[in-house]
Design a protein around this ligand. Structure first.
Ligand code: SAH
Length: 236
């Protein structure tokens, strides 16, 4: 078998695995937004993980992306994206770029995506993926996303892909009236709830979308960096 026919065969098996993932993990669980499903089809999850994990890319699970961080479970990415209700007129802020998968999905649906990652190595790798995919409406910066992105605010939509210890006031200040934020917030005993917060003239409307499990939002308005993480970052 030639190298190219084996790689074509692999592409075919990814394509079958991706179709099954969309049907069984996403549609069957109730995510039906056609634009979200089209984006999940177009952006290939296996392009966002290391070679050693590509065969597992369409599994119903989060995967390691290095630096102690993860790429979220496909269903969670689809659910969060659908819940954000974004469109091409929107300026979106994402906190926690990670490998850039969620960012790339948003880039298909939104007008412009601003994304912040605190770990430089992950951010730079993600930026390269956006370039390779030809996604031109994404701006990535390395920094503490718990402070938001003041110079580019206000945003129409904000998505946080790491768990905040509390409802993130600082980010809400950077959300337009009529804007929507989707954010995992830690509750008692290590549980987290995925919240959708809508900002109206009258105040905030909060909906609980269910329990979830994300890595921590670490920063000035998040969790404090513990020694273990500090050590890992300095090795990066
Ligand atoms: N969006 C990713 C998930 C990434 S995991 C996906 O598509 O699967 C969450 C990311 O949030 C990690 O990469 C972590 O480093 C990052 N993070 C944690 N605290 C942060 C902060 N204060 N600012 C920016 N990124 C942060």
């Amino acid at each position: 078998m030639t190298a190219s026919s084996s790689s074509n065969q692999q592409k075919g098996s990814y394509s079958i695995a991706r179709k099954r993932m969309i049907q069984e993990q996403i549609v069957d669980r109730g995510v039906r937004d056609q634009a979200v499903l089209a984006a999940m089809q177009k952006i290939h999850r296996h392009d966002f993980v290391d070679d050693a994990l590509k065969a597992q890319a369409y599994r119903d699970a989060p995967l390691n992306i290095g630096e102690g961080q993860t790429i979220s479970q496909p269903y969670i990415v689809a659910l969060m994206t659908q819940s954000l209700k974004t469109n091409k007129d929107h300026k979106v802020l994402e906190i926690g770029t990670g490998c850039g998968f969620q960012t790339s999905i948003l880039s298909e649906l939104a007008g412009k995506v601003y994304t912040i990652e605190r770990i430089r190595g992950l951010g730079l790798q993600a930026r390269k993926r956006f370039k390779d995919y030809g996604l031109r409406n994404i701006v990535m910066r390395v920094g503490d996303g718990s402070k938001g992105w003041e110079e580019a605010a206000p945003f129409d939509r904000i998505i946080v892909t790491c768990a905040s210890p509390k409802v993130p006031e600082r980010l809400l200040e950077q959300l337009n009236i009529g804007g929507v934020m989707v954010v995992p917030v830690s509750q008692k005993e290590g549980h987290q709830n995925l919240l959708r917060i809508t900002k109206t003239k009258e105040g905030l409307k909060t909906e609980n979308l269910g329990e979830c499990h994300f890595v921590k939002l670490i920063g000035r308005h998040g969790y404090r960096q513990d020694r273990e993480i500090k050590r890992k970052d300095s090795l990066a």
